[in-house]
Design a protein around this ligand. Structure first.
Ligand SMILES: [Cu+2]
Length: 227
């Protein structure tokens, strides 16, 4: 997203210009009233058609033009977004570390596989895992699992998965997971699979998945394979 950004100093300067413009308009209006008072019927006498009267008229036209220009300038200033200074969210950084990443053995002909891991973000800003790439699959998707009418269904997280600042998200069977779509080859137990994740802030993060046996709940799960 590209948009004009003012820093704090520019924002303060704009505010000062705005107050000066308001002040100038107030003075011009006051001066105009003074000029009108001078031409009030009970005071003008014979002066109305003198050179002095023409002079006052000229001043009034100049005042009106200046006030008009001032208000146009003001509305232009007002239409500029108020808070253009970089927000905390914009300057915050993400520090991603991925641990315990693994995948599961697939049968010949199986066209999708899962991948699981824990994603830590020790940075000051939340980040978002949006997807990734691997040589063994056509597409890497971020999935979640929902319960619909008592049936567990998985679904792609189109907007990715948020990893909070100073927090972590665990991807595991039955919950958030990575889906390796259109596998070009079966994943064999003991193999390692390179995978590059895409994070919105941190950018690409490379990992190597360890392929665990069919039915595994993860390398750290007690008992290992349980089917
Ligand atoms: Cu899935």
């Amino acid at each position: 997203m590209m948009h004009a950004t003012l820093n704090n100093r520019q924002a303060r300067l704009l505010m000062r210009i705005r107050w000066l413009a308001w002040g100038a308009i107030a003075i011009l209006i006051a001066a105009d009233f003074a000029a009108r008072a001078d031409r009030h019927p009970c005071r003008r006498g014979l002066r109305l058609h003198t050179q002095y009267g023409d002079y006052l008229m000229t001043i009034r036209i100049i005042l009106a033009a200046t006030a008009l220009a001032g208000s146009v300038l003001l509305s232009a200033c007002n239409s500029a977004p108020e808070t253009e200074a970089p927000t905390e969210a914009e300057t915050a950084t993400s520090q991603i570390a991925i641990t315990g990443q693994w995948s599961r053995e697939t049968a010949f002909g199986q066209d999708a596989g899962g991948a699981f891991m824990t994603i830590n973000n020790s940075g000051t800003g939340a980040d978002r895992l949006t997807g990734g790439s691997t040589p063994v699959a056509g597409e890497v998707q971020v999935h979640t699992v929902d319960m619909t009418d008592g049936v567990m269904r998985m679904r792609q997280l189109e907007d990715g998965l948020e990893v909070p600042a100073g927090g972590s998200v665990t991807l595991k069977p039955g919950s958030f997971h990575i889906m390796l779509m259109q596998l070009s080859q079966p994943l064999g137990q003991g193999e390692t699979v390179p995978l590059t994740f895409n994070f919105e802030k941190a950018g690409p993060v490379e990992v190597e998945l360890v392929v665990e046996p069919v039915g595994s709940q993860g390398p750290d799960a007690a008992g290992g394979s349980n089917d």
